[in-house]
Design a protein around this ligand. Structure first.
Ligand code: XIL
Length: 983
């Protein structure tokens, strides 16, 4: 979570009213699902640890009877009164608990007494049975059982079980909640405002709060909030004393916009103070609250500081509109113990195994997990400029010192991150600065930090993210660069070296595995080293995703920099489960986590092979619950790391430690229709798509593809295998039948030598389940998955001419073939376009003649206006998400241009010029798209598609493309067609 510095100044100006020491009226039942406290609700479809007690008894989760939600626990097969359902009880000696549960008999069963009982064996004594709660239960309604329990003697085999006075009664249980007593930090805090009071909520400044019957999320009342004086003014609840340091709490509150408020964004935050210094953290980032709807704000919070003020509050991201708040709850999250029967990561890898950390990560089970698995750390935020020098000359090392001390005590090496960066740097640093002033500020900052941790911090990321491969000189246009040019890098390294000559000084960046960025960084490091700038190493952040880029690209980068003689480290590894910047899952498909496990395996295969070049590999967070990708680039469920939200080892962990424990991956590949010649040559149609990577094992790796036809399945493998040997072969197994192709070819197959190995092609009977195995004496690289036949990838061409860009169809266009949009995504008729393309120099020209008699740009959304979208992928990478160079260029019928790309389209947004002209029956678009990242030549293949949006009034009524059938062209480049540049 991120400190909201921007709010500090604002909030300091206001006087926060002093709240009562404890939130009153706060207690009530635990509200959460199975992860909050000890709640067993069976909603996840499992018995959540409950099992049968007695021979022949069966305990299952069923949807036939549920108290809350849709599932309950059914017990059948009983033949004795003590038979029933039981669980290893979570009771801790010396702590008191309340236990509540709901029970009901299966229809037709006679009423009887149902009891919850504890069985335990005190040390050296007899097993005892203690009644916790009992009630008469019928088949007519759910009955609440409730009681309390505590034991004091050291005991083993502590079980909680449900039994019945009738030996054979079949019964259901649900919503069993066990709450520790007496410790206010363990008890839930809830507010429902049903008693007509504000239940301890108080305004932060001038806001007026009252329990109101005008709206309610549940029950009849909510808290009405009005008269707010600022976005941060609103209802706050004092929770000092209700959270314990190092513990995690789940928070949830419902909000709704007040009267006459059409729109607004609300979020849940926490204010904490130690002494006079307030800090603000977000629990749930502000999100849209549509008028008239209740929206839940939820998140977890771990208190990581000693505090003398602690308050939760709801705020807007702007505006002072009124709102309602209801059904607040805060519950302690009982941590799962960390696994102690699995190998420590740091013992399994031949380099330092690091993790990014923040203060909460060092406490409780998080601290235990860190200490067990990692021998390196990087403070994720604590050493950045905004944290260490928020205003000029006023340094704050509270968190930095704490984390450095923690790491030192645990014998972990520390990466200092980061001295000069364009992000998380306070405005004052650049304000009014000429070059001299800026470099002076930099010098003071670098000297102060590096000197303070001299001898303690082994490695510094001296500069971070200074490369921009889309600039002609490869350098990011940050304020640093704009004001001081390359001298800011030179100064930062010089001063860092003076302050601690033994520290290793790194230049750190992301996307270094992509060839263009790799080369831009390479050139910069080479140049600076040549000048004598003391650069010791290059840090590869490696923020990757589940698809991209292949492990082979990472390996190529490490090999490239090895030739420069620099040390290398992987500094911020994570593997997002998303390939784009907008999708989000409600629940993560388990097979995706298995796939991620294989992805981690392939990456760590690379790291182990390259261990001589890599001194450490750092993951950007110890467990999924603390990953920055939960809130970047948008708030969504993500799981990019090795341990899950509950700190348990994921398939990703096993991918690193013992891949034999991974389930086989479920890979998928499309086989477009096609009939390439089986002669060992690479026909143009193979080039329409990239080869699916088969990651290296030993010395062999490969790429492969498939085409479907009535004759069967065509398969291609491009094998990288530097030494020819007798064992060399590719085996294609299709629906169980093996087809072997050696370097000499085979039945209905051909092979040919290539620069890096050999190529095989084969025609085999059609099938779905395919395994490709590439074999030599050093190893066996394989791909296993399912092949689906799809329509052929469309191919067109661009003639080499430049048109005049004026909306008039001049003669030059007639040199190019015409294609038509006829793949309907929405509707089956409507506006369509005839499209032609030309190219010249580094520019692609596209003409779209649109038939669309009725034109509208009424919708506020550009894609719902009459418009043409041109999709261009300069390297025809066919990646699932957009790369920096991929663009969606939209031109409306009035000539309005909008551009889509990676989340801010930074790399492409200035690439397009266009003219639109209305003509009888429609409009004409002429667009010129510059492609500065590639060298265009005859034969170049571009990923290419065209979409026409047809609007009627403010709505889009049809959409049609040339090739892409998925309606995801704006997110995913993999189904675009191909444009070939002609001579
Ligand atoms: C991230 C932190 O993890 C977040 O907590 C913070 O809000 C933003 O920065 N590249 C870097 C890291 O070099 O410093 C960034 O860390 C992630 C991207």
């Amino acid at each position: 979570m991120r400190t909201l510095r921007a709010l500090v100044a604002a909030a300091l100006l206001c006087l926060v009213p002093v709240l009562p020491a404890h939130a009153d009226d706060g207690s009530g039942g635990s509200t959460g699902g199975s992860t909050t406290g000890f709640t067993y609700d069976f909603e996840d479809g499992t018995t959540q640890g409950w099992g049968p007690r007695g021979d022949g008894v069966s305990v299952t989760v069923t949807a036939d009877a549920a108290h809350g939600g849709t599932s309950g626990l059914l017990t059948t097969g009983r033949t004795a009164t003590w038979h029933g359902a039981s669980i290893a009880a979570p009771f801790v000696r010396g702590t008191g608990y309340t236990v509540t549960a709901y029970a009901r008999l299966v229809t037709g069963q006679p009423a009887g007494t149902l009891a919850l009982t504890v069985q335990r064996t005190p040390a050296g004594g007899e097993t005892t049975y203690e009644r916790v709660a009992a009630a008469t239960v019928t088949d007519g309604a759910w009955v609440r059982l409730s009681g309390s329990y505590q034991f004091t003697a050291e005991s083993t085999d502590v079980l909680l079980y449900a039994e019945s006075s009738d030996a054979t009664t079949e019964f259901s249980l649900d919503d069993i909640v066990i709450t520790p007593l007496g410790d206010p930090t363990r008890e839930p805090v809830t507010s429902d405002f049903e008693d007509g009071t504000a239940q301890g909520w108080a305004p932060r400044a001038a806001a007026v709060l009252e329990s109101s019957a005008d709206a309610a999320h549940a029950g009849g009342r909510a808290l009405a909030v009005s008269g707010r004086s600022a976005s941060w003014d609103g209802p706050a609840l004092n929770v000092l004393g209700r959270m314990a340091k190092g513990d995690k709490y789940a928070l949830s509150v419902w909000v709704r916009l007040g009267p006459d408020t059409p729109s607004g964004r609300l979020g849940l935050s926490v204010e904490r103070r130690s002494g006079d210094t307030p800090s603000y953290e977000r629990i749930a980032s502000p999100k849209d609250v549509p008028a008239g709807e209740w929206v839940q704000l939820s998140g977890t919070y771990t208190l990581a500081y000693d505090v003398d003020f602690l308050s939760l509050y709801v705020e807007s991201d702007s505006g002072t509109f009124p709102f309602y708040l209801d059904d607040f709850s805060m519950t302690y999250v009982q941590p799962k113990p960390i696994q102690t029967d699995i190998p420590a990561l740091k013992d399994e890898v031949p380099f330092v195994m690091g993790s990014a950390i923040s203060r909460p990560d060092t406490l409780g089970v998080h601290g235990e997990l860190l200490a067990r698995h990692f021998n390196g750390v990087t403070p994720g935020n604590a050493l950045k400029w905004d944290a260490t020098e928020p205003s000029e000359g006023e340094f704050d090392f509270t968190d930095g010192d704490y984390l450095v001390d923690f790491a030192t005590r645990h014998g972990m090496t520390i990466r200092g991150h980061t001295l000069a960066w364009h992000s998380q740097t306070p405005d004052w640093v650049f304000a009014g600065a000429d070059k001299e002033t800026l470099l002076k500020r930099l010098e003071t900052h670098v000297r102060t930090l590096v000197s303070r941790y001299k001898g303690k911090i082994a490695v510094w990321d001296v500069v971070n993210e200074v490369v921009d491969e889309n600039q002609p000189d490869g350098l990011r246009r940050s304020p640093w660069y704009e004001i001081a040019g390359l001298d800011f890098i030179r100064t930062a390294f010089r001063v860092a070296h003076e302050a601690d000559p033994d520290a290793k000084l790194f230049i750190n960046d992301y996307n270094t595995e992509f060839p263009r960025k790799r080369e831009a960084l390479y050139a910069l490091v080479k140049r600076l080293k040549g000048e004598g700038v003391p650069i010791d190493g290059v840090g590869h952040q490696l923020h990757l995703n589940i698809e991209q880029p292949p492990a082979s690209a990472v390996e190529a980068t490490i090999e490239r920099f090895a030739s420069l003689g620099v040390e290398q480290q992987v500094t911020e590894l994570d593997v997002s489960i998303y390939t784009d910047f907008v999708s989000s899952y409600d629940a993560i498909p388990p097979e995706l986590l298995v796939e991620q496990g294989h992805r981690y395996k392939e990456l760590f295969d690379v790291f182990r092979r390259q261990a001589a070049e890599l001194s450490s590999v750092t993951v950007w967070g110890e467990s999924d619950d603390v990953s920055w990708l939960q809130s970047w680039p948008i708030t969504r469920l993500n799981a990019p790391l090795l341990f899950d939200d509950e700190l348990q080892a994921k398939p990703a962990y096993w991918g690193v430690v013992d891949p034999s424990r991974l389930a086989p991956p479920v890979r998928r590949l499309e086989a477009p229709a096609g009939t390439p010649r089986v002669d060992g040559g690479r026909d143009l149609q193979w080039d329409l798509l990239p080869d699916a990577p088969i990651a290296r094992v030993g010395d062999v790796s490969a790429g492969f593809q498939a085409r479907s036809s009535a004759k069967g399945l065509y398969l291609l493998a491009e094998v990288t295998d530097p030494t020819a040997g007798r064992e060399d072969r590719v085996t294609f197994t299709v629906d169980g039948t093996r087809h072997v192709v050696t370097r000499h070819g085979g039945h209905k197959a051909a092979a040919r030598r290539t620069r890096t190995g050999y190529r095989v092609e084969a025609l085999v009977p059609a099938g779905k389940d395919v395994t490709v195995t590439v074999h030599d004496t050093t190893g066996e690289a394989t791909w296993t998955g399912e092949i689906t036949p799809v329509a052929a990838v469309k191919l067109t061409s661009a003639a080499r001419r430049a048109p005049v860009l004026d909306g008039v169809v001049d003669r030059a266009w007639s040199a190019a073939p015409e294609i038509r949009t006829a793949t309907w995504l929405q509707g089956t008729s409507g506006a369509t376009a005839k499209v032609r393309s030309l190219w010249s120099g580094s520019t692609l020209y596209v003409l779209a003649q649109v038939a669309d008699p009725v034109l509208s740009e009424e919708s506020p959304n550009a894609w719902e206006q009459d418009s043409v979208e041109i999709f261009v992928d300069p390297d025809n990478g066919k990646t699932k998400g957009y790369g920096d160079d991929d663009g969606q260029y939209r031109v409306g019928f009035t000539g309005r241009i909008t551009v889509g790309g990676t989340f801010d389209a930074a790399g492409v947004k200035d690439n397009v010029r266009a003219v639109a002209k209305q003509v009888p029956g429609g409009y004409v678009v002429e667009a010129a798209i510059d492609l500065p990242t590639v060298t265009l030549r005859p034969g170049t293949l571009l990923g290419f598609d065209v979409q026409v949006n047809d609007a009627t009034g403010a709505a889009r009524t049809s959409a049609v493309t040339w090739n892409d059938v998925t309606d995801r062209a704006y997110l995913d480049t993999s189904h675009w067609g191909v444009l070939r540049l002609a001579r």
